[in-house]
Design a binder for this molecule. Structure first.
Ligand SMILES: [Zn+2]
Length: 478
């Protein structure tokens, strides 16, 4: 696809974007620590990094990425001696195993500057421009073809989640069970506890509305199962893309307040948004890049010895088929991603928000997976992910916000698409996300779980026990 893609919004200023990308290029960053000396070192390092970037930007040189590491042996000894707490570092993201043409999603201007992103495969379909879509939607509504879902009799259960207890400053973090624990917190938000003690939160949005305004926009019809303060201390917070049902400023601000040690992982172009929000512990990544998060914590073993417990996690930014925007003028200027996180022998693939296979407008009685539509292209990202990075113990895969299909199929998977994604990515088990919280589209809100069972059966798999839905707040072990 050409560099002057239809996906690039009009009026995009490349000078602004150039500075955006320069100011937010991935850097190895010191992460938090409870040790006072280390905290000062960390702050000084980040300031130094910013200064260095500014100077290099002004002088026209390429930015460099100094790797700061406060975990010098002397500092580690001090931390251990005082049992002051843990520290974390993030390696500079680097391209991992990737298919050919792994940067086809980059959109560049005539000077070769990266100015945005695109879906590189025909499975995304031709995304109509916003005015055309709104016009067609308006006409369909007038004709009564797009009734809003009926919320008068909805029974999606919300239960109080049971999290593993936060361990004390001096205890090992590893769980008593050797299972991966995954708790659905509504819509695309999942909280995952790894057996080694790593705790990750995906796409948290705890506001009533997923919109720029507190007064207008989709309003929750199910409540969050807990508050952000109820969630045990986090190590990593992963954000798939900039849409309001996946990224909320009040939520990330509050999370950063409760979890000063936690690190945010986001797609390319989005780190400056976090820095503007006052969050410096952020690493932005391109598709197929890997970074290592290393957490070190001084502990006292059962026989009273002091030692350092280390948790390593491989964070992989992977593709999906979607879009991004937070305003009317930033469409597709930040990257949409799926993520894989492997740690302590367990692996999770988080699908975020994705389409699989754009389908045209068709009569309601026709099956878009029927023989007539066999030749429609499928998104190859998921086979690549499965072949190059799979298998995964758990997939978190979107199943909702899919009707009308002519409008949403390029961007949002329905349950039938989700089952294909599940197979392609080689997930052993999966849980459904992206449903049950806000009305974003016109399907009845309790339809996605029913269709998921049908789709599993059609694929020759058990209707339950492999790719399931659950109550909001419910935990499953894998
Ligand atoms: Zn989205």
């Amino acid at each position: 696809m050409s560099g002057t893609s239809r996906y690039v919004s009009a009026g995009l200023r490349s000078d602004k974007l150039t500075s955006l990308f320069l100011s937010s290029t991935p850097v190895s960053v010191i992460k938090g620590t409870s040790c006072h000396e280390a905290r000062w070192s960390s702050t000084a390092s980040i300031v130094a990094t910013k200064r260095a970037r500014q100077l290099l930007f002004l002088s026209g040189s390429s930015p460099v990425h100094p790797s700061y590491n406060i975990n010098s042996s002397s500092l580690r000894r001090r931390s251990l001696n005082t049992m002051a707490g843990c520290s974390a570092t993030v390696s500079k993201p680097a391209l991992g195993v990737a298919p050919e043409n792994a940067t086809d999603h980059h959109v560049r201007d005539s000077k070769g500057e990266l100015i945005g992103f695109q879906n590189p495969h025909p499975s995304a379909g031709v995304l109509r421009n916003t005015l055309q879509t709104l016009g067609k939607m308006f006409l369909s509504r007038l004709q009564g073809k797009m009734p809003a879902p009926d919320l008068s009799n909805v029974h999606i259960p919300v239960i109080k989640p049971h999290f593993l207890e936060d361990k004390s400053q001096t205890q090992s973090r590893s769980n008593d069970t050797k299972a991966l624990r995954a708790t659905w917190l509504g819509h695309a938000c999942y909280y995952v506890e790894y057996p080694n003690g790593l705790r990750v939160l995906f796409d948290p949005v705890f506001e009533d509305r997923c919109a720029p305004s507190r007064f207008v926009g989709p309003k929750r019809y199910t409540q969050p199962p807990c508050t952000l303060a109820d969630i045990p201390k986090l190590d990593a917070i992963v954000i798939s893309h900039s849409h309001y049902d996946h990224l909320s400023e009040p939520t990330v601000r509050e999370l950063a307040k409760h979890n000063p040690e936690a690190h945010f992982f986001v797609g390319l172009g989005l780190a400056s948004w976090f820095r503007d929000t006052g969050i410096d512990k952020v690493t932005e990544m391109d598709w197929w890049e890997d970074a290592t998060l290393t957490i070190k914590k001084p502990i006292i073993t059962a026989d009273g010895k002091e030692t350092v417990e280390e948790i390593d996690a491989q964070i992989s930014c992977l593709p999906c088929q979607h879009s991004s925007a937070r305003t009317g003028w930033d469409k597709d200027t930040t990257l949409w991603c799926s993520f894989a996180i492997k740690s302590g022998g367990k692996s999770v693939w988080f699908g975020g928000d994705t389409g699989y296979r754009a389908v045209p407008e068709m009569p309601a009685e026709e099956d878009d997976y029927g023989p007539k539509y066999d030749s429609l292209p499928r998104c190859p990202h998921f086979k690549h992910i499965g072949e190059l990075r799979g298998p995964f113990d758990l997939g978190l895969i979107p199943i909702g916000a899919y009707k009308p299909r002519w409008m949403w199929s390029g961007l949002h998977s329905n349950p039938y698409d989700a089952v294909e994604i599940f197979k392609d990515t080689k997930c052993e088990k999966a849980m459904a996300i992206h449903w049950g919280t806000w009305v974003l589209t016109i399907e009845e809100v309790e339809e996605p779980p029913k269709l998921l069972k049908e789709a599993m059966k059609t694929s020759g798999m058990p209707e339950t026990g492999v790719f399931d839905t659950c109550a909001i707040g419910e935990t499953k072990e894998f």
